[in-house]
Design a protein around this ligand. Structure first.
Ligand code: NAP
Length: 291
């Protein structure tokens, strides 16, 4: 396979990472709950990602819970020096797999310690505070208390860099007054473009934007226009969706999720795909139609 280095790099806090990374959420069982269907296959996907040049893995201890972090540890520990593992805290799972807010200072401290133990690290590279005022999307509200609690854990050396997830632009602005914010992780893709202005503003300040659901999430993107462009470029629709994100803004870091080695190879090959101007115009119309 060709190198993913053609995707370029961008700063994630004080580290430079390749813009094509990997999201580990799909490695847990159905509904991101319980063990994987095929444990060996999950370990193999993680190893192949890193062997292919991925140096940025996104995870959380609430995937499983604990499952993806334990898989990452088993597959990759001791970690390569250039690997940046980004985790997120702010939620816990109930016994049925539901997602509950867990943003008190005690919850956040417990979550940092869970991540440290399950990843077997002394300090976490980047921790995203996942705001849970509304589980399904950003909702306004004061983030000072949980973010200050996370900043306190950073001052104790348990966390190197802090990011925000599932946040509004106002919360990003509030957060940046409280502590240095290395990255913002919100839902964004070809068809879901509410964060267009936020991405541009963060790019101006050199802050990474990491779209979750870059391929559409649990229901991968489906569009006649996307299929048409992919056919014309002899690529797959998922590769085109990733290439569109890469050309959208230099501060976008990709973390497509997959439990499949075949899909992993396909997604990483998107680093080689350069979209001509007329393809970008056609793809931009998909987002415009859904705004
Ligand atoms: N901050 C947050 O609130 C939040 C929320 C959700 C996710 N995340 C992070 O974002 C990462 C990415 O999100 P995601 O994994 O949910 O969504 P995604 O990357 O948009 O899409 C994943 C889905 O696409 C499928 N897929 C992947 N590559 C494919 C390919 N080449 N062809 C066809 N289907 C393909 C996967 O199935 P297969 O397994 O079969 O490939 C899976 O169903 C996660 O891993 C997680 O780390 C963060």
């Amino acid at each position: 396979m060709k190198s993913i280095a053609t995707a370029g790099t961008f700063a994630l806090g004080d580290r430079q990472v390749t813009r094509l990374g990997y999201g580990a959420m799909q490695l847990a069982g159905p509904g991101v709950f319980g063990p994987p269907r095929d444990r060996d296959a999950a370990l193999a996907v993680l190893r192949e990602a890193v062997e292919s040049g991925v140096d940025h893995i996104d995870t959380s201890d609430f995937y499983g819970p604990h499952v993806t972090n334990q898989l990452i540890r088993e597959a990759l520990h001791p970690y390569r020096d250039d690997l940046v593992i980004v985790t997120k805290i702010g939620a816990v799972r109930d016994e049925q797999g539901g997602w509950l807010p867990a943003m008190s200072a005690a919850d956040l401290a417990a979550a940092v310690h869970d991540n440290l133990r399950n990843l077997r690290l002394d300090a976490l590279d980047v921790v995203n505070l996942r705001i849970m005022f509304d589980t399904h999307g950003p909702a306004e509200g004061d983030i000072e208390a949980p973010l200050s609690a996370l900043a306190e854990l950073q001052s104790r050396g348990l966390v190197r860099r802090i990011g925000l997830s599932n946040v509004t632009p106002a919360q990003v602005a509030q957060g940046r007054k409280i502590c240095d914010i290395a990255c913002v992780q919100n839902q964004y893709n070809l068809a879901s473009r509410a964060d267009d202005a936020l991405i541009d503003a963060l790019a101006e300040d050199g802050v990474a934007y990491v779209p979750f659901f870059p391929l559409g999430g649990f229901s991968p993107l489906q569009s006649a226009e996307l299929n048409e462009v992919a056919h014309r470029l002899q690529a797959t629709p998922m590769q085109v969706a990733l290439a569109w994100l890469l050309q959208r803004s230099p501060n976008i870091l990709l973390i497509p999720g997959t439990s499949s080695a075949v899909h992993l190879r396909e997604n990483l090959a998107a680093a080689q795909l350069v979209l001509p101007g007329d393809a970008v115009e056609a793809l931009d119309r998909i987002g415009a139609a859904t705004v």
